[in-house]
Design a protein around this ligand. Structure first.
Ligand code: IMP
Length: 496
């Protein structure tokens, strides 16, 4: 006889619907904030936050450098996959961290250099604006593309063609892009040099980058104005991988495991917490309150919930383990709330696996999740690291699970004991650019929250009222009994 048998079926997100609350001027869509806590830190909840409640899954076919940059610019965060060499993963983190949102690390030249040499540098680097500094790195002037000709001025010195320092508008110790924008707007320059109090050059801000930056008001930045990024680690090589990722600049880690309730996860979390206490780490995946308590006691600063629900996941079929995501969230959130009452520490809960569209995200948040992790949703985007292909008259992108044979090829020795796979390989329909898709998803979430009469995710947790729906009422909620000659599917979730 089993130790425990629960005879209530476990529930999926799609079995729940929200009952509307009272909408007021204060809860109109433009008043709603989707900001949420990314991980508990001793410094407080504001230290690590997301501007939107979505992160991309640590998967080869989902989260590379482009996704990391674009998702952080839109307010979320990507977790770079760990099913690759440590060097490759660290290089991806470095690429994301060195992407400067508006502030460019300058490539400078000296006043005695010949224009001909600068021209050669410009050809090889692909840019043509150069700040000019002395040996102490003090700003002497700037050379823009309008100031020199590679052929006519080749034998002249930089100092003869540069715009000298005293004719330039220069920002002193500016780190706020809006302030830089104000100065640039009043100047006639296309670029603003930023110096420190000793007039030493720090950065450049280009007018064109500012225009671009203003399209990303939710950008998720660290204290040094770099984009935030996450990185996955496994329970095998963490003693080598974590130091490399930390050095590369990863802001948060997640332990990549289909079953986090294990001694392997305990060892990994405890080691990271002991050696890198400033680096928050997400534990997971678990599906019970007991699993949550275990991970938090091991040092997890956020907990990922979900097993068997992922679109590419065959864990339930292969091993018989798993749980409907809604039931898992409810169980874990209850334990999280108890833990908060006992300790005052609010540990964010991340819903992961099988979240298809805005409706699923909304239900997961209403049930108490703080943000969601998605694979399939992001795999469809231009920024996922796969090539588009034409298949059956559709543009598709490949998508495969981290437990599939394809993902495991990178280091077969690691899985030599595994006799079976836990994930499959398939295709998803190409959806276009992230910034053309995500805003619509987010506005649907805001519309639901507005209907429920709440202005932020915490209020949503406290005030949401949900009901289980029958299969018939789900059917009733879809289009029925009408003929649609052009069955445009923009109101539906994607099937592929
Ligand atoms: P999706 O958003 O439904 O596509 O699910 C993505 C999630 O599935 C990931 O964040 C992982 O938790 C999980 N996952 C990724 N690869 C596999 C796999 O091969 N087998 C089972 N689960 C997987």
């Amino acid at each position: 006889m089993a130790k425990k048998i629960i005879n209530e079926p476990s529930r999926t997100l799609m079995e729940y619907r929200l009952l509307p609350g009272y909408t007021t001027d204060e809860t109109s869509i433009d008043q709603i904030s989707l900001e949420t806590t990314l991980a508990w830190t001793p410094e407080g909840e504001q230290k690590f936050k997301l501007n939107i409640p979505v992160v991309s899954a640590a998967m080869q076919s989902v989260s590379g450098v482009e996704m990391g940059i674009e998702l952080a610019r839109l307010g979320g965060l990507a977790f770079i996959f760990c099913s690759q060499t440590i060097e490759n993963e660290a290089a991806m983190i470095r690429d994301i961290k060195s992407y400067k949102a508006g502030f460019v690390d300058p490539f400078y030249v000296h006043p005695d250099m010949l224009i001909g040499d600068v021209f050669e540098i410009s050809k090889s680097k692909g840019f043509n604006t150069f700040p000019v500094v002395d040996v102490n790195h003090k700003l002497l002037g700037i050379l823009t593309k309008n100031d020199y000709s590679g052929t006519h001025h080749a034998q002249l010195k930089v100092s003869e063609r540069m715009i000298p320092r005293d004719q330039l508008v220069v920002g002193v110790n500016i780190s706020d892009i809006k302030e830089a924008n104000k100065l640039l707007r009043e100047s006639h320059q296309s670029v603003l040099p930023i110096v420190n109090e000793d007039d030493r050059l720090k950065n450049l801000v280009f007018r064109k980058d500012i225009r671009n930056h203003m399209n990303y008001p939710m950008e998720l930045l660290d204290d040094r104005k770099r984009l935030l990024t996450g990185a996955a680690v496994n329970t095998h090589d963490y003693k080598e991988r974590v130091p490399a990722l930390e050095e590369a600049g990863a802001d948060i880690l997640t332990v990549d495991s289909s079953d986090g309730f294990s001694v392997y996860q305990k060892r990994t979390l405890e080691w990271i917490t002991a050696h890198y206490p400033h680096l928050p780490v997400i534990g997971g995946n678990i599906i019970t309150g007991k699993g949550f308590r275990f991970l938090v006691d091991c040092g997890a600063r956020a907990v990922k919930v979900g097993m068997g629900g992922g679109s590419i996941c065959i864990t339930q079929e292969q091993k018989g383990t798993g749980r409907g995501l809604a039931s898992a969230i409810i169980d874990v959130v209850n334990e999280r709330n108890r833990y908060f009452e006992e300790t005052g520490k609010y540990i964010p809960v991340v819903a992961d696996g099988g979240i298809v569209d805005s409706k699923d995200i909304t239900i997961a948040l209403a049930l108490g999740a703080d943000y969601v992790m998605m694979g399939r949703y992001f795999a469809r985007m231009e920024e996922s690291p796969t090539e588009k292909i034409q298949l059956n008259n559709r543009i598709m992108k490949p998508y495969w699970g981290e437990g599939s044979a394809r993902a495991r090829e990178w280091k077969s020795v690691r899985y030599y004991q595994m006799k079976f796979v836990e994930g499959v390989e398939g295709f998803v329909q190409y959806a276009g650019k992230l910034r053309d898709n995500l805003p619509e998803t987010l506005s649907k979430i805001k519309a639901s929250m507005s209907s429920c009469g709440v202005t932020n995710i915490r209020e949503f947790h406290e005030n949401a009222e949900l009901e289980i729906v029958s299969a018939l009422s789900i059917r009733e909620g879809k289009v029925h009994d009408i003929y649609m000659p052009n069955d445009s599917s923009d109101y539906k979730s994607d099937k592929y």
